[in-house]
Design a protein around this ligand. Structure first.
Ligand SMILES: [Mg+2]
Length: 367
């Protein structure tokens, strides 16, 4: 296809409250918006690493450099015909999954627009709405946690996830069960425990959790298998599930019963679909995680989560949950715990140029 122009826009939007997990904290959301202009249409993607590199090695700066120095020149030299060709070009650069996700997903948006269908239909999804779950970071006190959950549950979220770490697990879970009864509840440790903690993690069975997400370091598939063998609670892999071969290995080792698929972590929608298909074949249900991304990335996850094997609520929440303002129009909204995609071809959400102008850090055009 003919590519007329690619535009990168780095934005930084303040969060409504600090987003704190076991290994870091952010108060502003950085994202690099990727606009691919082709034959009168524009496809949008989002590269969305956290600043400070506490979830992945990638930062907004390294992602920008990779897009500018490596990925965009390859794309502009080759004019790829479809997303498979885009992926082959991107695969010739090592690592940099977040940078790849931004440009790759822009081509999916374009492809759906060219076909004249919403992105979820182009991906193979059959429904236009998905269940959404509420996620709570690590917060200063139990009192704050309970108040905040109560306030956000008004939107009808279908389950509650809390971030945990050593010293912040049993107590908040006990208090949540005490106050909110049999609410659908899960935890995410972001790799904060070790194999020495297996007996402690097994004790979380008492709380009837939907799943325990990524309790151990990302390379410790064997440790996750040991935990899954002794624990009634399903183990869900997130940081570990970085590509198809690793997920294949995790399934063979019985390291998990559930997988969290993040478009950013796996470098785009084609890899995400491949992991979805692999898990479906193995009888492993999946769900769509988020960093969280701003609206373009969040919406892409909602589109992806319409595929059949996405059986648990997505982490994508309403735009106003984390962001002072979001860069899309309309905003992502949760009603009765559901996010419904707007009608329209491709992503279906437009960019809000007024909001982007307010939070723009830098912009660069490539031809
Ligand atoms: Mg996670």
């Amino acid at each position: 296809m003919k590519i007329d122009q690619i535009i990168l826009t780095h934005v930084r939007v303040p969060l409504t409250e600090p987003f704190k997990i076991s290994n870091g904290e952010i108060t502003e959301k950085d994202a690099i918006l990727v606009g691919v202009h082709s034959e009168g249409l524009v496809g949008y993607g989002e590269s969305s690493p956290m600043s400070g590199a506490f979830y992945s090695e990638e930062t907004p700066e390294s992602t920008w450099d990779c897009l500018v120095g490596e990925l965009i020149p390859r794309i502009l030299r080759s004019h790829p015909a479809n997303v498979e060709e885009v992926n082959r070009l991107l695969d010739s650069v090592a690592g940099n999954a977040f940078a790849k996700a931004g440009i790759e997903t822009a081509f999916w948006d374009l492809a759906a627009q060219k076909e004249g269908v919403p992105l979820y239909r182009h991906l193979g999804g059959k429904r236009n709405s998905v269940e959404s779950g509420l996620a709570m970071g690590i917060v200063p006190s139990i009192k704050y946690l309970l108040q905040s959950i109560e306030q956000h549950l008004d939107e009808g979220y279908k389950r509650l996830k809390i971030k945990i770490q050593p010293g912040w697990d049993i107590k908040p879970l006990a208090e949540i069960r005490n106050k909110f009864g049999s609410i659908q509840l899960m935890v995410d440790a972001n790799c904060a425990y070790t194999q020495a903690d297996l007996p402690h993690l097994k004790a979380l069975d008492d709380f009837d959790l939907m799943m325990i997400e990524q309790p151990l370091p990302k390379d410790d598939l064997e440790g996750h298998a040991k935990l899954q063998a002794i624990s009634r609670t399903p183990v869900c892999l997130d940081e570990s599930a970085k590509d198809v071969p690793t997920v294949q290995k995790a399934i063979a080792l019985k390291s998990c019963k559930i997988v969290n698929i993040k478009i950013q972590r796996v470098g785009g929608l084609l890899n995400a679909k491949r992991i979805h298909d692999l898990c479906a074949e193995a009888g492993i249900p999946v769900w769509g995680g988020t960093m969280p991304e701003l609206g373009i990335g969040g919406a892409q996850t909602v589109h992806m989560a319409t595929l059949d094997n996405f059986t648990y609520p997505t982490d994508v929440e309403s735009s106003k949950r984390w962001f002072v303002e979001d860069i899309i129009d309309p905003l992502i909204e949760v009603h009765d715990g559901m996010i419904t995609l707007p009608a329209g071809n491709g992503n279906g959400y437009s960019l809000n140029t007024r909001v982007i102008a307010r939070y723009k850090v830098r912009e660069q055009h490539f031809r």
